[in-house]
Design a protein around this ligand. Structure first.
Ligand code: HSE
Length: 350
């Protein structure tokens, strides 16, 4: 059975997923019984195209890269161009909406509306946008459940490093007492550069040059990006719904090279740590710079790498480390969701 995708947003992450499904076509079919067809793309800047029988992914990528528009896709009489995002979600025959629009994480829009519209129309959603899961998880997950559709968002925390699904699928049977982690690559990179002697400003400029920091780095350096991810971990992994506003938040903008060097001289390192601790059916959550011993495994995490530790009552302390951003890695996170969508569909039919 073919899985039909509609991309809402077709920037770097969407294109990365399209490339992966093109390159891994045989492997996905042979190993995962996943036969993917891209039926639609709708993007605010690149236009939209729909074909009920599927589009040729190579041609689609060429159109975007050569012309900056998917509306130059070859016409065959049944091709439709010019649909809005909403028309594409409602009227296309897609099974799965790949929601990768440019979304304002403060409001979660337009991604939240796209997810809601898809679920109401009995379409599944996979997304890398943090807004829908940090701001509207309860509403959207309940709506998806009521409509019998799938909601996948692995890439919202640590991109393709499976920080969400690993504890939910392979650490089953444990109670997770605490989660702590380095969830923002920009700030970890900056702190490790300050450990080498760079000033805060020099470290920030380097992070921006390397493309780690957001265009406006406020969300990174003030801890807001990590705070959204903390809310997602609490909502999904800990099963305790909290708003990002309930997560105490302090970034690294007050940290100087002298603070970092003085910690080093005392056998410690600063890390911007997200921490969620279970307390009598509730959780306490914070994001703040913490001084940790140099032999703490999290102190060994340097550069833009992310890491997360799950304190489990049976398995003990489990640490997962890997990329927290990157086009290929984030595109891959969508593939993880897609394979799980397909596995659930196969199970439901047996
Ligand atoms: N700017 C973010 C980071 C990207 O530095 O980790 C991933 O959310």
């Amino acid at each position: 059975m073919t899985t039909k995708l509609a991309f809402i947003g077709f920037g770097g992450v969407g294109q990365a997923l399209a490339e992966i499904v093109l390159e891994r076509k045989e492997m996905l079919e042979n190993q995962h019984h996943l036969d993917v067809s891209v039926v639609a793309v709708a993007d605010m800047m690149k236009g939209s195209v729909y074909h009920p029988d599927g589009l040729d992914i190579s041609k689609l990528l060429s159109c975007v890269r050569e012309n900056g528009s998917v509306e130059t896709y070859p016409e065959d009489g049944r091709t439709i161009t010019g649909w809005t995002n909403t028309e594409t979600i409602i009227h296309s025959n897609a099974d799965v909406i790949v929601e990768v629009t440019y979304t304002d994480v403060k409001t979660g829009e337009p991604a939240i509306t796209h997810c809601r519209t898809a679920f109401k129309n009995k379409k599944s959603v996979i997304t890398t946008n943090k807004g829908p899961v940090a701001l509207a998880y309860e509403e959207l997950s309940e709506l998806a459940k009521a409509k019998g559709v799938f909601f996948g968002f692995e890439g919202t925390v640590m991109s393709g490093t499976p920080a969400l699904r690993m504890p939910k699928t392979t650490l089953l049977g444990n109670e997770i007492k605490e989660i702590k982690g380095i969830l923002n690559g920009t700030t970890n990179y900056m702190i490790t550069e300050m450990e080498k002697g760079l000033s805060y400003q020099e470290a920030l400029e380097k992070a921006q040059q390397l493309g780690y920091a957001e265009a406006d780095p406020t969300s990174d350096v003030e801890g807001y990006d990590a705070r959204y991810k903390t809310a997602i971990l609490s909502n999904y992994v800990m099963g305790v719904p909290i708003s990002h506003k309930e997560v105490g938040c302090e970034g690294i903008s007050g940290l100087t090279v002298d603070d970092v060097q003085s910690a080093l001289n005392q056998g410690q390192k600063y890390r911007l740590l997200a921490r969620i601790t279970r307390r009598n059916g509730s959780v306490e959550a914070s994001v703040k710079p913490e001084r940790i011993a140099q032999d703490d495994p999290l102190a060994g995490v340097t550069g833009a790498t992310n890491a997360i530790v799950y304190e489990c009552d049976l398995a003990g302390s489990i640490m997962l480390t890997g990329a927290g951003a990157g086009l290929k890695e984030t595109g891959y996170s969508l593939l993880i969701d897609l394979i799980h969508f397909n596995q659930q569909r196969i199970l439901a039919k047996t």
